[in-house]
Design a protein around this ligand. Structure first.
Ligand code: PGA
Length: 245
């Protein structure tokens, strides 16, 4: 399966900065075996749709759990589809922590994303206290099941241990693989044969110098990258590292 390198910009880059970033990427980007896609803030999506190099995909970082109507400040999945988005991140730990998103809300969002022909990237992962108790597998699988309630198999899963996000602490490739194996067998139970087409990504302090060893693991099919997604040089470094993966 082709690796997906999903670049989560979080709340960084204005549309003007995004245009410069896309131009710089366009000068030096060569399509490799990995698929590249930018998860952008809502207001930069149209700018990127017009300026990203050919072959680079586009995503959003969140979406409303409602279809349309009186939800001030919200952005619907239909709106995202209309501006050229292919992927939508749902249930990122920052949304769960700072905006109180529950598994139910995450599942509702993922269903609307699919109903509009887009692929949800559903994020799951444990905090440090859970890992210290050795309960990371049970915790993450419970979160996975809750977040996939009623959700079809056209989905990407991102395992992101919260203690590794933005901290410089990367899970070892073996730690990441342990969860990827558990997630994959849960997906198989849920979706049967179709689960073999689902990508499982790892996220948490991924950089050019650790991405290859993580994505070399048989059950990991790419990465969700925050900090190292902001500089074109780092993105090119990660893309190169995945060239023959
Ligand atoms: P990080 O963020 O790469 O900066 O750790 C990953 C994420 O939150 O998706």
């Amino acid at each position: 399966m082709r690796n997906l390198l999903a670049l989560n910009w979080k709340m960084n880059k204005t549309p003007s900065e995004a245009r410069s970033w896309a131009a710089e990427l366009g000068e030096r980007y060569e399509e490799g075996n990995a698929e590249l896609a930018v998860m952008a803030p809502f207001v930069t999506i149209s700018t990127l749709a017009a300026n990203l190099p050919a072959g680079v995909g586009l995503g959003a970082q969140d979406v409303s759990a409602h279809e349309s109507g009186a939800y001030t400040g919200e952005t619907s999945a239909a709106m995202l589809a209309d501006v050229g988005v292919q992927y939508v991140v749902v249930g990122h730990s920052e949304r769960r922590d700072y905006h109180g998103e529950t598994d139910n809300v995450v599942a509702a969002k993922a269903k609307l994303v699919q109903a509009n022909g887009l692929l949800p990237i559903v994020c799951v992962g444990e905090k440090l206290d859970v890992r210290e108790k050795g309960q990371q597998v049970a915790y993450t699988l419970a979160q996975l099941h809750g977040s996939l309630e009623g959700v079809g198999s056209d989905v990407v899963i991102a395992y992101e241990p919260v203690w590794a996000i933005g901290t410089g602490k990367t899970a070892t490739a073996d730690d990441a693989e342990e969860l990827a194996v558990a997630i994959r067998s849960a997906l198989e139970e849920r979706y049967g044969k179709k689960s073999s087409e689902i990508r499982v990504l790892y996220g948490g302090s991924v950089k050019p110098d650790n991405i290859a060893s993580i994505c070399a693991k048989p059950n990991i099919n790419g990465a969700l990258v925050g900090g190292a997604s902001l500089k074109v040089a780092d993105v090119l470094g990660m893309n190169d590292a995945l060239k023959d993966a």
